[in-house]
Design a protein around this ligand. Structure first.
Ligand SMILES: [Zn+2]
Length: 598
């Protein structure tokens, strides 16, 4: 809603159609400024009128009821001097205008009530984009090509290189600008060979096992050994007795309660324990069933042991059913023997990988960038469809919907197919490193990486200050899907490096109950995906990206280190980031500043 002020200082009539919020701004000849903005007790009714139509003057709730107003005055030097709250009725607001007695500059309020597409002028473009995304989607076609023609694409392998080339070719065909790859180095490369397991005692049967990523091999031809248990929840004690593993196989179980953050145990302490076990002469380690990835249906789930972590000793994922049997034997004191033959290959040094980048350049502020991304790399027990072919196809589908709509946003949308996500977010951390000098011009990143289900939440990566801004946009999507908004930090995907940089790393969380089966397993194939859900997710990604890039006000700028520090603590990310060696210099310095006496 706008207030139109007359030159005599009187307050003109309200132009309705918004949310009943009003603002007066009065400038003195000396450069001083007085302003008041008011919110009626009862919000004005939501009309379908958009900003343009709302220019027609009309009276609304402002004049009738009491309002809460904030009055603020600033000197010519811009210093804020006073701020107070008053409850005023409409005529009192008019009197206030007379009292201030200078020219009143009409302007739309953009401080108190955030605007959605109905009010901020973005809706006509979004309607076109939604039409392209839903009615003429090629997202499932892209997902089929990526799954069946390229298949598994482990970072740093020839298959992953082929996927990079495929992604760049798709971006060019879609019509993105500045399509290129951005190289970075992975600490070392790895290729899966084979893994066989057999239970020899107390009964004889084959075991379902696969190697975890970036883990080593048994001697050629395999090795036989007794199985002993190791308690994952008490690795601090276990590591002192690690010599018990000499020439044996460790079955990792969980007893009691974890004494630390489970993420720290799984992705940091366990890697240290595995190194010690290797040195002590263990044949192999079998990970525990409490591992969140190990969820039945007789599926193994591979994965990395930590951020950029590897292990010389083989570490195996065993199906929950096989592991359950071994645990029951252990509990009843039965002696177990297994035979394992695991063969993998490491490269001797670092390998090159690359993110794939393409843009829709902004029409007014091309230097300002909103990143839209997903990881193109995958694990290798199947074809990497739900992790994260669906995200990659959504990125391409969203880019295509916007290009075909022929709508160009105010700011640049940069589409990035990250790689190295599965080894420790190497591609997205690499992106932040390579673009450090332009991070001040970034607005955040928007990522989809939770499998095959429909989008259910915008998680704003720690930026609680943006929740209110996103809400009217989320509401505008209700005819497509109900999407909640919160400020959760998602640390398990390419949102994290942006959150650590103080930008909204926005995770489009999905309702994917079957993902616990397809995640990193042999079931991660095209069969798990419904084309209509994929098309909808890609469309929602396009709408969100376009709205953020095109809305009149910039959504976000990077937070200073002190605010990032507070947020990461409040979201319980600090302990984990430190354990992983991901705690940046700026945050260490902010901590020191806090400790320093004033
Ligand atoms: Zn993923």
């Amino acid at each position: 809603m706008k207030w139109q002020g007359g030159l005599d200082g009187s307050v003109g009539r309200a132009a309705g159609g918004g949310k009943g919020e009003s603002e007066l701004e009065l400038r003195g000849g000396d450069g001083s400024k007085k302003s008041a903005w008011c919110k009626p007790e009862k919000p004005a009714a939501f009309g379908s009128a958009q900003g343009k139509q709302a220019a027609a003057p009309q009276r609304d709730g402002m004049a009738a009821g009491a309002s809460e107003c904030v009055i603020e005055s600033a000197g010519a030097n811009g210093a804020r001097r006073k701020r107070m709250r008053r409850v005023l009725n409409g005529p009192a607001v008019a009197a206030l205008g007379i009292w201030l007695g200078v020219a009143c500059v009409a302007r739309a309020d953009n401080r108190a009530v955030p605007k959605g597409p109905d009010e901020d002028g973005t809706k006509p473009a979004l309607v076109k984009i939604a039409g392209e995304g839903m009615m003429d989607s090629h997202a499932f076609q892209y997902l089929t090509e990526l799954s069946d023609e390229i298949g598994a694409r482990v970072t740093g392998t020839p298959a992953e290189r082929k996927a990079e080339e495929w992604g760049a070719a798709k971006m060019k065909a879609i019509g993105l600008e500045n399509v290129h790859t951005e190289k970075y180095q992975l600490w070392r490369g790895w290729t899966r060979g084979s893994a066989q397991g057999e239970l020899l005692e107390p009964i004889r049967r084959p075991l379902h096992v696969d190697a975890m990523g970036w883990t080593g091999s048994t001697p050629a031809g395999g090795a036989e050994g007794e199985v002993v248990t190791v308690n994952l929840f008490d690795l601090d004690s276990e590591i002192k007795e690690v010599s018990k593993l000499k020439a044996k196989v460790a079955l990792v179980v969980t007893k009691g309660q974890p004494k630390k953050d489970l993420m720290v145990i799984l992705f940091s302490d366990f890697a240290s324990y595995a190194k010690a076990a290797g040195k002590a002469g263990a044949i192999a380690l079998i990970r525990g069933t409490r591992d969140p990835e190990n969820s039945g249906m007789n599926l193994t789930h591979t994965g990395i042991l930590g951020f950029d972590s590897d292990s010389a000793v083989p570490i195996l994922s065993m199906t929950a059913e096989d592991q359950g049997q071994l645990e029951r034997y252990a509990e009843s004191g039965k002696k177990m023997r297994v035979r394992l033959n695991v063969q993998n290959t490491f490269t001797s040094g670092p390998v090159e990988a690359a993110n794939v980048v393409g843009e829709i350049r902004g029409r007014d502020n091309p230097e300002q960038v909103m990143v839209v991304g997903a990881h193109l790399d995958s694990w290798d027990l199947s074809e990497g469809t739900t992790d994260n072919g669906t995200g990659s196809a959504s990125v391409l589908g969203s880019a295509e919907a916007i290009v075909r709509s022929e709508m160009r946003p105010r700011r640049t949308i940069r589409f990035v197919l990250f790689t190295g996500e599965e080894q420790g977010l190497d591609g997205s951390f690499g992106y932040i490193k390579q673009h450090r000098s332009e991070m001040g011009n970034h607005l955040g990143d928007l990522v989809l990486d939770n499998g095959q289900g429909p989008v259910k939440e915008f998680q704003l990566g720690g930026r609680e200050d943006l929740v209110a801004s996103l809400q009217p946009f989320a509401k505008s999507l209700r005819s497509i899907r109900d999407i909640a908004v919160n400020d959760k930090v998602e640390s398990g995907t390419d949102t994290l490096p942006f959150s650590i940089a103080g930008l909204p790393g926005i995770n489009m969380d999905q309702d994917s109950p079957e993902y616990k089966y397809t995640h990193h397993s042999a079931a991660d194939a095209l069969e798990a995906v419904k084309p209509e859900v994929l098309a909808q997710n890609a469309t929602l990604m396009a709408l969100t990206a376009y709205w953020i890039a095109d809305r009149p006000e910039r959504l976000a700028s990077p937070w200073p280190a002190e605010k990032i520090l507070k947020m990461l603590r409040a979201q319980h990310q600090d302990e984990m980031l430190k354990a992983f060696g991901l705690w940046p210099k700026e945050l260490r310095e902010a901590e020191k500043k806090e400790e320093a006496p004033n």
